[in-house]
Design a binder for this molecule. Structure first.
Ligand code: UT7
Length: 331
């Protein structure tokens, strides 16, 4: 199909809950220590949502900021896609709840379950809606409240994750626009679907007394195996996008990857042979917010004046599924 239009990112926003949980706080909860967490992951603290807050609450706050940043009103939005694995409910979708809170209706709104690359998957889909003319201003959100599904007796997982939301507006670009979504690649290898999983609560294992007692509604992860696959899958995805657009890594101004582990980010940077100064990192403050890491870091880097109009930004992620994907934009 011939694309009729180009897409661009026209606005960004983020929302982080106020409550901070430091590594030292975690020392009091589980058998861990600040030194282990910092040296093995790069994390120092993470945000924790209030008991009353759900995904749509965080997503809504980020969305309002992104819509305003794009110079739009909620009524201008004609597509909402939310990447999340911690939605308010199994159904209806968080996207529909956000739509209602924004006071808008009568256009597609749906969630994407793609693990940590949820926002990349959602952006890939939104790009196609914009390019074909099916939508003009898409609200694309990555939101996660992983702390609600962590087992705080399992030190292998409970220190790694935090809560937050990042929102972007993807709009139809004008012919004169320098900004453009250049390309996107998404993929999955389902053979690894059991490495990172919330075993209970779905149709495979509905909630029961046993499932709750055995803590099967929380995150279960074989971190070591995922670590090895992470670098490979993000490298392959970035390589696909760069090659497809005849671009050398030297032309990339910023590499913004999923913030799951500083050692994974460093290893990818080394494999790609990209300057360290070009790699955006905020894992120390927010830890792993799954599908929200990239849109949060994107918004932060733009507002901090790091990423400027015209910069070439390559974003990449991997996660439960095992899924992976990249998005290349000229901001
Ligand atoms: O968002 C996408 C999905 N998630 C990821 O990308 C996570 C990818 N994996 C990782 O980031 C790393 O594998 C982890 C951070 C999860 C673990 O780091 P590691 O260097 O692979 O450690 P390990 O699992 O091999 O464990 C090494 C040791 C073990 O002790 P022994 O058996 O050697 O005595 C663990 O029990 O570290 C121990 N350990 C801890 N110690 C203190 C594991 N977690 C902790 C902890 N505090 N929180």
């Amino acid at each position: 199909m011939v694309n009729r239009y180009y897409a661009k990112i026209s606005g960004t926003g983020r929302y982080l809950p106020e409550k901070i949980l430091t590594n030292f706080d975690l020392e009091k909860i589980v058998d861990t220590n600040d030194e282990w967490i910092r040296t093995r992951t790069g994390m120092s603290e993470r945000r924790v949502a209030e008991p009353s807050q759900a995904a749509s609450d965080l997503a809504y706050e980020a969305a309002v900021i992104a819509i305003e940043d794009a110079g739009l009103k909620p009524k201008d939005i004609d597509l909402i896609i939310v990447g999340t694995i911690t939605s308010d409910h199994a159904f209806p979708s968080t996207a529909c709840i956000v739509q209602k809170r924004l006071g808008i209706k009568n256009f597609p709104a749906f969630d994407i379950s793609a693990g940590c690359p949820g926002w990349i998957y959602a952006s890939n889909i939104a790009k196609q809606y914009i390019e074909t003319g099916a939508a003009k201003h898409a609200l694309v959100i990555g939101v996660e409240l992983l702390t609600k599904i962590l087992n705080y007796e399992d030190r292998n997982t409970c220190v790694l994750f935090g809560d937050g939301a990042g929102a972007t507006i993807m709009s139809r670009a004008e012919l004169t626009d320098i900004s453009k979504v250049i390309d996107s690649d998404i993929s999955a290898d389902g053979t690894y679907n059991d490495l990172l999983i919330q075993p209970a609560g779905g149709s495979r294992m509905p909630a029961s007394k046993e499932s709750v007692e055995n803590k099967l509604h929380s995150v279960h992860m074989e971190g070591n195996k995922i670590f090895k696959l992470a670098v490979k899958s993000m490298y392959n995805s970035c390589d696909t996008v760069l090659k497809r657009n005849n671009l050398d890594v030297k032309s990339i101004d910023w590499l913004l990857t999923h913030q799951a582990n500083l050692r994974i980010i460093d290893a990818l940077g080394r494999k790609m042979k990209i300057d360290k100064e070009k790699v955006i990192i905020n894992i120390e403050k927010y830890a792993n917010t799954s599908s929200a890491t990239i849109p949060i870091a994107l918004d932060e880097a733009i507002r901090d004046g790091k990423i400027r109009r015209g910069d070439l930004v390559l974003m990449s992620s991997f996660g439960a599924g095992l899924t992976s994907g990249s998005l290349l934009i000229r901001y």
